[in-house]
Design a protein around this ligand. Structure first.
Ligand code: SF4
Length: 448
């Protein structure tokens, strides 16, 4: 397992200089152990310790990056079996399978579905992440041409799949900068695929006939110096898949078995012809540690519940979901529109904004950073009180956007009325409803 915060602290320079962004080496060590900081943030660590810590502090399941730039997809990096033990780090990626035997019209329609099927929930954009292009035509030029088509129409990270080494060259040359995942090294082509991966600095998938063979092949690749691996145990039945997924995670976390310390890729698209069954298999994969799930098609009715499942499992239970502090406009407000203030707890914000929106009355919502706490909790913790709200209102810029000086506060914080009037001289503080659902009725009485 990774080192504890105290073990890491013993190896740090202990200068407490703050250059790493936190005031003490101990705080930095704790952040490092929790995966919330990078060792590179401390400029004073010696090369020797850097090497030692980098290896020791590395998560038992390596993080593998597919793609580059702002669309790069990270998988792996996990340290626990269950989310409630700490948190899961990199959400499962959904990949859409495109075969190079499909005609261009069909391919374009799949790419269009990939680009279109996006859902916003509590401020998060939920969507599929990657496109897997499979060479089945036996024609390297066609494989390269489909890769070019995908690369041109979407910025998604790509998985290139073929059993034939020569087929990769043309396709890789088209998307080399995008660092595609190469699928897959197996017993017959291990050295050639390893060489291809090294030559192009691309991550590599490795497939075994079973988990035993997978461990052996992955071990050989690790020994040859390849660090960016994605594992396919070869399981193509639901039961085997479930068993392998659990066994791989157990081996990586409990036994620190390096050859299996990598994220996995699974293929519901190869396990059934039924759309519903494919979604059900994918759902098991999300629940049981799959790094990447390859689907034969994207349909809203099956993708949406999978995305929600993923969001629920990969939400950090220790960190409240929050929206950014700032001014939010609802229903195109103007200088006479009401101003409501609330906290940045995502659920609070979306309830308030939803109720303001349904009132059809234009309004400004000031969202104050209260560390993601709800109104009452933040008030009780002194994070949403007159002394935090007043400075925020002043610096927010809302005064340049409105002519009046009236501020509506949540009904549950009526106690701060007097103090807030003192902190915001010249403002009229209005106590709003306790429940967000009463906002539409309340706003009907608004007069600037
Ligand atoms: Fe300690 Fe390094 Fe952070 Fe300075 S930069 S406080 S030495 S961990």
């Amino acid at each position: 397992m990774a080192l504890s915060g105290i073990e890491i602290y013993k190896k740090l320079p202990k200068k407490n200089c703050g250059k790493c962004g936190v005031p003490t080496c101990l705080a930095f060590a704790m952040n490092l152990a929790a995966g919330k900081a990078e060792l590179s943030a401390c400029p004073l660590v010696s090369d020797e310790v850097r090497k030692e810590l980098a290896e020791a502090a590395a998560p038992p399941i390596a993080t593998v990056t597919i793609g580059s730039g702002d669309t790069a997809f990270n998988t792996g990096g996990e340290t626990v079996f269950f989310r409630h033990e700490k948190t899961f780090v990199n959400p499962t990626g959904f990949a859409l399978l495109i075969r190079d035997t499909e005609d261009d019209k069909e391919i374009d329609s799949k790419i269009a579905a990939f680009n279109k099927l996006q859902f916003e929930r509590v401020g998060l954009l939920l969507k599929a992440n990657l496109i897997a292009i499979k060479e089945e035509s036996g024609n390297a030029e066609r494989f390269a041409s489909v890769t070019g088509r995908v690369n041109e129409k979407t910025r998604a990270p790509i998985i290139l799949m073929s059993d034939k080494i020569p087929a990769f060259d043309g396709a890789i040359s088209i998307c080399k900068e995008n660092k595609p995942l190469l699928y897959a090294a197996c017993r017959d082509n291990l050295e050639d695929m390893a060489a291809l991966s090294k030559k192009n600095s691309c991550p590599l998938a490795v497939r075994g006939e079973n988990i035993g063979e997978l461990a052996e092949l992955a071990g050989r690749l690790v020994e040859s110096g390849i660090k960016n691996l994605v594992l396919d145990s070869g399981a193509r039945t639901l039961r085997q898949l479930l068993e392998d997924q659990v066994a791989i995670r157990r081996a990586a976390l409990l036994k620190k078995f390096r050859p299996l310390g990598f994220p996995t890729i699974i293929f519901p698209c190869q396990m059934t012809d039924s759309t519903v069954d494919e979604a059900a298999i994918a759902a098991v994969g999300v629940a049981k540690y799959a790094g990447i799930i390859v689907l034969s098609q994207l349909r809203g009715e099956t993708l949406f519940p999978l995305l929600l499942e993923r969001m629920n499992i990969y939400t950090d239970p220790q960190r409240p979901m929050a929206v950014k502090e700032g001014i939010y406009e609802v229903n195109k407000p103007d200088e006479n529109s009401p101003v409501l203030v609330t906290t940045n707890f995502a659920l609070t914000y979306f309830m308030v904004s939803g109720d303001v929106e349904s009132s059809r009355i234009p309004a400004w919502i000031l969202v104050q950073d209260a560390e993601g706490l709800s109104v009452l909790t933040a008030w009780a913790a002194d994070k949403f009180v007159a002394q935090t709200i007043a400075p925020f209102v002043k610096k927010s810029g809302i005064m340049d956007r409105i002519r009046h000086r009236k501020l509506i506060i949540p009904g549950y914080t009526a106690q701060i009325l007097g103090e807030l009037e003192e902190e915001l001289p010249g403002w009229e503080i209005i106590i709003g409803p306790r429940e967000s659902s009463n906002i539409p009725t309340f706003l009907k009485m608004w007069k600037a």
